[in-house]
Structures are given as C-alpha cells and as structure tokens.
Design a binder for this molecule. Structure first.
Ligand code: GLY
Length: 360
C-alpha cells in the first residue's frame, strides 16, 4: 500500500497533474507557477482556519492574497455568489496572469472553477479539494458550474485547472458520515472500472475509510486514476465520460426530490443499487454482482432503498434531466463489474420493475 506522494497525469485536450499525499498543500506555489502576482482563495467557512493559514503562507511570495468566504455546499453555486467573487477580483484589479484557488468541497471547487473560467475569459486555477467527493470526482476533470432555479449545473463550462492538490491530512477532521457519503463515488469507480477498490473495501472497510491509513490513500488514488483515464480520453463528455454517471440518473432525481438536502453520495448509492437491478433485468449483470453492490454499499452505511410511492415523481424528473437525449432516458448499466455501457430507450415497465426491487 502506498503512503508516499502520487502524481496522476490528466492528458488529452488538457494536461495537468493531480497530486495525492499528506502535507502536499505545500506544493501550491509550484502549482501556481512564476507569473502569478495575486491570488484569490475561494473557500467555505468550514475550512476558514485552513484558508487563513494558506493565505499567510502565500503572502510571503505574492503581491496580494485575498480570501472569498462563500456559503457551504450547494448554496455556494449561485450566480450571486459568483458575482461576489467577480467583484473582489474586479476591485483588486486581478489580471489574466493572476490566479484563483478553490478550497473546499465539490460545490466550492465547481464555483471557483466557474469564477476562474469566466474572469477575463480564464485565469489560472488550482483546486484544493477538502472532501472525499471533491478529491475523487468534482475537482478532477474540469467541469465547472453554478445552479439556476430551474436546475443543477445548468450554467457552466469545461475549464481545466492548472493542478489539483489532494492533501489527505485535510480530511482528518471531516465528519465520518461525510467521508462515507464520499465513498459512494469511490465505490462507483470500483464498480465501473477498478475492482481493486472493491477488494480493498471488502477486506477491511474501516481501514479503507480511515483517512490516516495507506488503504485509504490507495483507494483514493485508484478512484482518481479511473477519473483521470476517462477525462483524458473524453474531456467534453462526448462519449466515454458518461460512464461516470453510473447511478446518477435516478440519483439526481432523488436529490431533486429531497430538495438537495441529502448528501450527493447518499442519493447516488440508491441510484447505483437501482442501476445494478436494471443491469440484471437488462440481461447481463449476475445476481452475485448485484449482491456485491448491496454488501459494499451497506458496509459503507449507505442506503439502498427509496419509498415505493415516489416512483411517478422520480420518473417525471428523470425525463426532464439533461441527460435525456431526444426524449430518451439513458442509464449506465454494467454487463459485469468493470464493464459499463449505456442503456437507452428502455421500456417504462422495465424501469418500474427495477424500481420495485429497491422500493421500501
Ligand atoms: N462527475 C462526473 C463527471 O465529472 O463527468
């Protein structure tokens, strides 16, 4: 098991490195490069102390280092919050050679990415995720965006960071349920492409989910490796990248039904259980592989079921989802562990039948 610093390269249309290790936040100046004079750190109140420490550290090198404290979670992803950041950049005369740092969970790195992408048509961006979800999913791959009252991520752009720095020491104070919810995306990478993740979770889930262990570092590296391979091949989601949406078609509908009060991974866990049942009904996924989903998600204390009566509302939401193309619902299903494919144009009765398997 690794405990050293690992660098994972993103290649293709964009090129940058994801650094994973302990204490690696020291590498921020290296990631910012020599041309930067001013830095804006966009962060949440939860990581306020760390943002202050980072500011003090960077102040020795840069002309100006500013903090923009934004609300936690999805409340950060609003146009008013982006405008607040643009105002700070404007009032401090940030130029094209200055930089933005996103420091926080997935919502903050999405917002910071959007601000960096839009300020003067794009300034340098360094992402420092401080949650498991942020490390293995949101901060890697260059999706940036904000929500509107009509839906999530409706405004945004693909904008690659200059670097992503995953300092595992930043996770040590994260609440346990936050870590476990983030592991839904880690398990997702195991199901779609990297069975070693599943083996490590099955061997000792407590060690695998404890941020101080080498097992934890290994599963984060493997999950980032999956994401890196996918986005290196398909940055703009023209094809392969869609496999990262495993569990997300129903999962997003559940998040919507719960008015975005649930953690993303909690909804995605139910969505993956549903996708597994659909994969079995569609003819290929074995009973054993479906049971493996159940065992692993249960070991992470993630939910597997949703109330039976909610199906009509979920179906209506899924039909509106932006992933529905030409009126057709699309799901990622597995033929076996590690073999994902798109399932489109499925009969509504089959969709409902799969739902009955997870209905509580
Ligand atoms: N979160 C899925 C993606 O980055 O494509």
């Amino acid at each position: 098991m690794t405990d050293a610093v690992t660098e994972i390269a993103i290649t293709g249309e964009t090129s940058y490195t994801v650094t994973i290790g302990r204490g690696v936040v020291d590498r921020v100046p290296e990631a910012l490069g020599d041309r930067v004079a001013k830095v804006l750190i966009v962060h949440t109140p939860t990581v306020g102390k760390f943002a202050n420490d980072l500011r003090e550290q960077l102040q020795e090198r840069y002309t100006q280092v500013l903090l923009a404290e934004v609300p936690d979670a999805e409340s950060a992803k609003r146009v008013e919050v982006a405008a607040f950041c643009w105002q700070i950049l404007g009032q401090s005369d940030f130029t094209r050679t200055d930089a933005v740092i996103g420091l926080g969970g997935g919502a903050v790195t999405d917002l910071a990415g959007f601000v960096a992408a839009t300020w003067l048509r794009g300034v340098r961006l360094v992402q420092i995720p401080t949650t498991v979800l942020g490390m293995v999913d949101a901060s890697v791959g260059g999706k940036t965006g904000i929500n509107t009252s009509e839906g999530k991520n409706l405004v945004g752009s693909f904008y690659a960071p200059a670097a992503v720095i995953c300092d595992l020491d930043l996770l040590q104070t994260l609440p346990r349920n936050e870590i476990l919810a983030g592991f839904a995306e880690v398990a997702k990478c195991g199901f779609i492409a990297e069975p070693e993740i599943l083996d490590i979770l099955e061997r000792d889930v407590d060690r695998a989910t404890d941020p101080t262990t080498p097992e934890f570092q290994r599963v984060v590296e493997l999950a980032v490796g999956v994401k890196a391979r996918v986005v290196s091949e398909d940055f703009r989601e023209g094809g392969l990248r869609e496999i990262l949406n495993y569990g997300h078609t129903l999962g997003h509908a559940i998040e919507h039904a719960e008015r975005y009060q649930w953690r993303h991974g909690v909804a995605i866990s139910i969505g993956m259980m549903y996708a597994a049942e659909l994969g079995r009904l569609a003819g290929a996924l074995s009973d054993e592989a479906v049971d493996r989903h159940r065992r692993i998600l249960t070991s992470l204390t993630l939910p597997l079921a949703y109330p039976a009566g909610r199906w009509p509302g979920l179906l209506a939401t899924m039909q509106r989802d932006k992933k529905a193309r030409a009126g057709m619902l699309r799901f990622i299903v597995l033929d076996e562990i590690g073999k994902p494919r798109v399932l489109a144009g499925v009969d509504e009765s089959m969709l409902q039948f799969a739902y009955q398997e997870i209905a509580s």
